[in-house]
Design a binder for this molecule. Structure first.
Ligand code: OSB
Ligand code: MG
Length: 366
C-alpha cells in the first residue's frame, strides 16, 4: 500500500475532572493524532504522549520530532504494510511515536480489506469487560464518591492510584464500605524496595493486583517484593517490549501484565507481548493513557484478543471528556462491557469537526 499523505494533529482535550497520579496532576489530555491517507481513504492512529515526560520520556514534542524527521520519511515511496517494526528498527525507543503511525496504517489496511481492527489483529471477543482508573483526590471522602459512581455505572473493577501517604488508609476506607469490590492499586513507580512497607501492608486487602509499585525500569526488586506478597504484582512502565515481558515473568517480577500499545511500540508489538504472556499463563489487560476516542478504539480492538481476560482501563468517553472525537462515543453497558465495533477499520466515525475544534497545531509530514 502506498501512503499518500500523513498529517499530525496536536489535540488538547479538557478532562471532565483533573487526573492525579504519583507523578502529578493534569487538567487536559494533550495527544497527537496521526492521520494517514491512501487512495482517498483516511486511517487514524494516536500517540498519547502527554505534555510532560512523567509517565514516559516521550512528550507531544518528541513524538512530533521523531515522526516528522525519522519515522514518516521511511514510508515515502515504500510499499507499506504492517507490522512496521522492521521498517522502524533503526530508531531506538520512542514507542508512542511508532505506535501512532502503525495504528494509522493498520486502520487503512483493515478498511481496505473490509475487516474490523479486531478481526485484523486476531481478536475473538465481541465485547470486552472494562474497569476504571481513579486518580488521587484531596480527601478520601471524594475518592469514595468516585468509587460509588464507578460501581453504579457497572465498571467491573476499580483501580485507584496510590503514592506514599495515600495508600493503606485509602484502601482500608474503600474496603470497609465495599468488602467484595474487585479492586486494585497503581503506584506508577512511587516506592523503593527499602520503603515498601505500605505496599506489603496492602497484602491484607485481597486486591486483584498491585500495579508498578517500584521503579519504572526495575525488574529485580519487583521480583523480591513479589516473593513477600500473596497479591499478584502487575507491571506497566517496566515492560517496554515482548522481551521485557518474557524476562519479567522469568524472574518472577510480576504475574500479570498491563499492555499498552503506545508503551510497547504499536499494535503488533502489543499482540506479541500478549502471546508471550499467554504462553506463560500470565493474564493480561489493556491499559490506557487517557486517549481520545481514536486511541480508545484501537485499545478496544486489542483488548478483544483472547488472553485479555481481565477488565482493562478502557472506560466510557464521558468518563474522560465532555465531547469525544468519535461517533458514537464509547459507552459501557450496565453490566460493565464495551461492544467491539463491527464496521471495518476503527469501527467508529472520526469527527473531523471535533478534531478541528480541539486541535492546537497541525502539520503535514508526508
Ligand atoms: O499508569 O495506567 C497508568 C493514565 C495516565 C498515565 C498512566 C496511567 C494512567 C491511567 C489511566 O491509569 C488509564 C485510562 O483510563 O486511560
Ligand atoms: Mg499504570
Amino acid at each position: 500500500m502506498k501512503i499518500d499523505r500523513i498529517e499530525l494533529l496536536h489535540l488538547k482535550l479538557r478532562l471532565v475532572r483533573p487526573f492525579e497520579t504519583s507523578f502529578g496532576r493534569v487538567e487536559d489530555k494533550d495527544t497527537v493524532i496521526v492521520r494517514a491517507e491512501s487512495g482517498g481513504v483516511a486511517g487514524y492512529g494516536e500517540a498519547p504522549a502527554a505534555a510532560a515526560p512523567n509517565y514516559s520520556y516521550e512528550t507531544v514534542q518528541t513524538v512530533w520530532h521523531v515522526l516528522r524527521d525519522f519515522l514518516a520519511p521511511k514510508l515515502r515511496d515504500a510499499d507499506v504494510r504492517t507490522p512496521l517494526e522492521r521498517l522502524f528498527a533503526s530508531v531506538r525507543g520512542h514507542p508512542m511515536a511508532k505506535a501512532g503511525l502503525e495504528m494509522a496504517v493498520l486502520d487503512l489496511e483493515a478498511q481496505r480489506a473490509g475487516r474490523t481492527l479486531s478481526e485484523w489483529l486476531g481478536g475473538t471477543r465481541d465485547e470486552i469487560p472494562t474497569g476504571i482508573s481513579l486518580g488521587i483526590e484531596d480527601r478520601v471522602e471524594s475518592l469514595l464518591e468516585r468509587v460509588e459512581e464507578a460501581a453504579a455505572r457497572g465498571y467491573r473493577r476499580v483501580k485507584v492510584k496510590i503514592k506514599p501517604g495515600w495508600d493503606v488508609d485509602v484502601v482500608e476506607a474503600i474496603r470497609r464500605r465495599w468488602p467484595a469490590l474487585p479492586l486494585m492499586v497503581d503506584a506508577n513507580g512511587a516506592y523503593r524496595l527499602a520503603d515498601a512497607g505500605p505496599v506489603e501492608r496492602l497484602d491484607a486487602f485481597h486486591l486483584m493486583m498491585i500495579e508498578q509499585p517500584l521503579d519504572y525500569q526495575d525488574l529485580l526488586d519487583h521480583a523480591e517484593l513479589q516473593k513477600r506478597l500473596r497479591t499478584p504484582l502487575c507491571l506497566d512502565e517496566s515492560i517496554r517490549s515482548p522481551d521485557d515481558g518474557r524476562r519479567a515473568l522469568a524472574v518472577g517480577a510480576c504475574r500479570i501484565v498491563n499492555i499498552k500499545q503506545a508503551r510497547v511500540g504499536g499494535p503488533f508489538q502489543a499482540k506479541a507481548l500478549h502471546d508471550v504472556c499467554a504462553a506463560r499463563n500470565a493474564p493480561v489487560w489493556c491499559g490506557g493513557l487517557l486517549e481520545s476516542g481514536i486511541g480508545r478504539a484501537h485499545n478496544i480492538a486489542l483488548a478483544s484478543l483472547p488472553n485479555f481476560s481481565m477488565p482493562g482501563d478502557i472506560s466510557a468517553s464521558e468518563r474522560y471528556f465532555a465531547e469525544d472525537v468519535i461517533d458514537p462515543p464509547v459507552t459501557v453497558s450496565p453490566a460493565g462491557f464495551i461492544q467491539v465495533p463491527t464496521r471495518p477499520g476503527l469501527g467508529y466515525t472520526v469527527l473531523e469537526s471535533r478534531l478541528d475544534k480541539y486541535c492546537v497545531r497541525r502539520e503535514f509530514i508526508l
